[in-house]
Design a protein around this ligand. Sequence first.
Ligand SMILES: [Zn+2]
Length: 251
Amino acid sequence: MDLAGGTVLFSPHLAWRNEPLRENLQRLLRRPVLLTNDADAAAWAEWRFGAGQGEDRLVCITLGTGIGGAMVMDGRVERGRFGVAGEFGHQIIMPGGHRCECGNRGCWEQYASGNALGREARLLARSNSPMAQDLLAAVDGHPEAITGAIVTELALAGDPASRELIEEVGEWLGLGLANLAAALDPGLFVIGGGLCSAGDLLVEPARKAFARNLTGRGFRPAAGIELAALGPNAGLIGAADLSRVSSRVRN
Ligand SMILES: [Zn+2]
């Protein structure tokens, strides 16, 4: 989104290129419209009412199809100089790695998202490993039907292979968070999005990988990593609240 909050410049997952979204919506709705992206809105909600309350340097990560990112710094949504800050999911964490919808290879969201979890589970299921028997049974023997949500469900029910797959995603998550801590030095990371229903199965390995990869570890305070408190409604709550206090969006 541009800094003025009117135009969606580019979206890897939607067919919007320089889309004058606010103007279009205002014409249809005949109301003033505040445009904000879902990750910014969710971060705002967690800062105002959720897990990030009281934290002046907050980074929020939303794990779903991809990875959404946002920052609330000193009581404002920080959107960068051109309005496009927070695209953490596209930091390249594995040069030459999996192809990403953004056109690059090896983006973080290809390793630490719901989509990544589904892809790895499908690969495991196709390997004919006996480890994958619960996964295959859950989809009547059709590996292509496995999604991140199914893996999460099985992991919570105790399937060891699904737990391993989530642990792996958690490790990638922690590694990326360590990179972000080196650049941004927040006090707290709040982790939200659909994948968070895995709870500690995801966050514990992330905390360990974060501690193992943090620059200056042992000689500096480390940011906390907590699960979001507002669940799938965070974006809605944040958008509603931001429209009341829209001057707090830095633009
Ligand atoms: Zn990417």
